[in-house]
Design a protein around this ligand. Structure first.
Ligand code: NAP
Length: 344
């Protein structure tokens, strides 16, 4: 058995020299290299920005969505939405382990969730069994490959696997909030009524202690009501994050002109960069977790309004992110109940 590159470059078909995430096409053949594992896939969790775009372009028609997903994987060897560039993650059972794969505790038949994006994961789909339009999850028959450097987590015994799959998809967000938000901060979570938004709101409330404030900006009536019922945030603003001045005025009012120390962007639609930038005070930080974020719009937009702020690209990984996120689900009864309704 040959040994592959730890980062998966041996599977890149074109353009040569790139790593799998940036490549247009990767090799998804299921014979493993000695430092890879093969996974028998059960369910995919498609990234929200990607699934929203796919649903819109297919007019919410399940058969069209199915064909579109199959076409993408056939063409690219991975499930990377060509428009958003993003992927998602998966759960499955370990089927084969190469002799030089570093984790010697991993066993055949272990159930794992991959924590590396589907946009960088060789994937073969034999059959799509079910598409759930409500929660971005797609049950399939198929195989996936992980490289030596790919991260994954064993599925916990005390959380249902679909729920674990859903929250692990966005595990980077609350874990980054835990690093960024300090006692007494004013924090705004844009798109705080969605999956990652709820987890971030919970973590932000925990970090500010009693002195700060957590404000959520959310658009749809249902999500606003859900958040109100959950009693997670100090303030909820109903506004469209694609309308920066509307958001700016409302945050100005709620913060009595102080604006935010930290802004977390968790939306799943484009054109929300300027709302995040305008409501963040000079010297503050914006964490763009949204996959619909444009680097150009953020960088030039901040410059255009003279904002001296730190803007962080939403790295989906930070050490301990899976543990922190699963812990939130164990700790917060209301989040667990809400997510169980959505994902089980
Ligand atoms: P989600 O559950 O769909 O949440 C998105 C939220 O944004 C929803 O509550 C949505 O409301 C709200 N929203 C949409 N348009 C809005 C607008 N114009 N104004 C205000 N709020 C609006 O998505 P998620 O799974 O938490 O993912 C959030 C984002 O993170 C997505 O962009 C996803 O692609 C990205 N992501 C990033 C990483 C990473 O590694 N950086 C990993 C995973 C996911 P409605 O539901 O009412 O539309």
């Amino acid at each position: 058995m040959k040994k592959g590159c730890p980062f998966g470059s041996h599977r890149v078909i074109e353009p040569k020299g790139l790593l799998p995430q940036a490549a247009n096409k990767i090799d998804n053949s299921i014979e493993i290299y000695s430092n890879e594992i093969l996974i028998d896939v059960l369910t995919l969790n498609i990234d929200s920005a990607s699934f929203t775009q796919i649903k819109e372009s297919c007019g919410n028609d399940v058969d069209k969505i199915k064909n579109h997903i199959l076409e993408i994987v056939e063409e690219r060897g991975k499930l990377q939405n060509p428009v958003t560039g993003s992927g998602g993650m998966l759960i499955g059972r370990v089927e084969k382990i190469g002799s030089e794969f570093p984790d010697k505790n991993l066993k055949i038949k272990d159930k794992i969730a991959t924590l590396v994006s589907l946009s960088a994961t060789p994937l073969k789909i034999d059959k799509i069994k079910k598409i759930n339009l409500e929660n971005d999850q797609v049950d399939i028959e198929g195989k996936a490959i992980l490289f030596e450097s790919s991260i994954y987590s064993l599925l916990p015994a005390d959380i249902p696997e679909r729920l674990a799959l859903a929250v692990l998809d966005v595990a980077g967000a609350p874990a980054q909030v835990s690093k960024l938000v300090k006692k007494g901060d004013i924090v705004c979570i844009i798109g705080g009524g969605g999956k990652s938004g709820i987890l971030c709101t919970y973590q932000a409330m925990k970090n500010i202690k009693k002195d700060g404030k957590v404000i959520v900006v959310e658009y749809s009536k249902e999500n606003v009501q859900r958040l109100k019922d959950m009693k997670l945030a100090d303030e909820i603003i109903i506004a469209d994050a694609t309308k920066p001045l509307e958001v700016y005025k409302k945050v100005l009012e709620k913060t009595e002109g102080k604006f935010c120390d930290v802004t977390i962007n968790n939306v799943n639609v484009p054109n929300t960069e300027m709302s995040s930038i305008l409501i963040t005070k000079d010297g503050g930080t914006v964490y763009f977790f949204s996959m619909a974020t444009s680097f150009t719009k953020a960088a030039l937009g901040a410059e255009g309004v003279g904002k001296d702020i730190t803007m962080i690209i939403g790295n989906g990984y930070t050490k301990g992110h899976a543990e922190l996120t699963l812990q939130i689900v164990k700790e917060s009864k209301i989040i667990r109940e809400t997510f169980e309704k959505l994902y089980l």
